[in-house]
Design a protein around this ligand. Structure first.
Ligand code: F6R
Length: 234
């Protein structure tokens, strides 16, 4: 594990953006794995800024996002496709057809999981995957479980995740109950992983990186990943 300790969210964002920028500069047609949530917003701002300065070209990249709520389409302001369009895709020269988020309004979410996984494999796999982490150790929407789910699949969100997400909705009843997420296996097959740990994540990072490897703490499996960089605000 590579570990970068930083003093601020701005530094975390800059460090993460530099790693992604290096990936794109080394391989312009990289397959980038993206996350949503509050942790990566600053990283996307840095990437947009590097694009505007002429340092980065997104025209050849392909992107795959970790997850999407069942029921969310591109117009849902709390949906993850909307988030990515808003924070990154509409601000850089990425080919929109090369950006992928699981389809939250598909007919059959189980089939959508398989379709999404097959597309990632067909693209040659993810070169670099950006991750946030939930307070319960979830990565993507892989919640604490009795096993590590392998491929992209349909999940029921846990009460703690529903409560954490409620801040974005008028009331808790409106928070989606289901999502489609890359599996832990999908994440582990990415060639590089960057894990963002913002303030307040110290305890779960400690448990994930130094505790027992167990599906109770999904992020703990990253201890077995050959190229993971944890960037933590301390
Ligand atoms: C987002 C995702 C989630 C978040 C995690 C942390 O696509 O898959 O696992 O990364 O819930 O969220 P924040 O960054 O809001 O603390």
């Amino acid at each position: 594990m590579n570990y970068i300790a930083v003093k601020s969210y701005e530094s975390l964002s800059k460090q993460a953006a530099l790693l992604i920028a290096a990936q794109i500069l080394n391989k312009p047609n990289s397959v980038l794995g993206f996350a949503t949530g509050s942790s990566p917003i600053g990283t996307y701002e840095e990437l947009v800024s590097m694009y505007k300065q002429g340092i980065l070209d997104f025209s050849k990249v392909t992107t795959y996002n970790l997850d999407e709520y069942v029921g969310s389409d591109e117009n849902d302001k709390n949906g993850y496709r909307y988030f990515m369009n808003e924070h990154l895709f509409s601000k850089v020269n990425v080919d929109m057809d090369a950006t992928h988020v699981p389809n939250g309004v598909c007919e059959d979410p189980t089939h959508e999981g398989k379709r999404y996984e097959d597309m990632i494999v067909g693209a040659g796999g993810v070169d670099i995957q950006l991750l946030g982490i939930g307070l319960n150790g979830h990565i993507g929407f892989n919640e604490p479980d009795t096993h590590f789910p392998d491929t992209t699949h349909l999940v029921d969100l846990t009460e703690s995740t529903i409560k954490a997400n409620a801040r974005f909705y008028a009331n808790e009843a409106e928070v989606p109950r289901k999502a489609i997420t890359m599996g832990v296996g999908t994440i582990m097959r990415a060639r590089k992983v960057i894990l963002l740990a913002t303030k307040g994540k110290e305890e779960i990072i400690q448990r994930s990186m130094y505790g027992p490897i167990s599906p109770d703490v999904p992020a703990s499996i990253l201890q077995l990943h050959p190229d993971v960089t944890v960037i933590e605000v301390i």
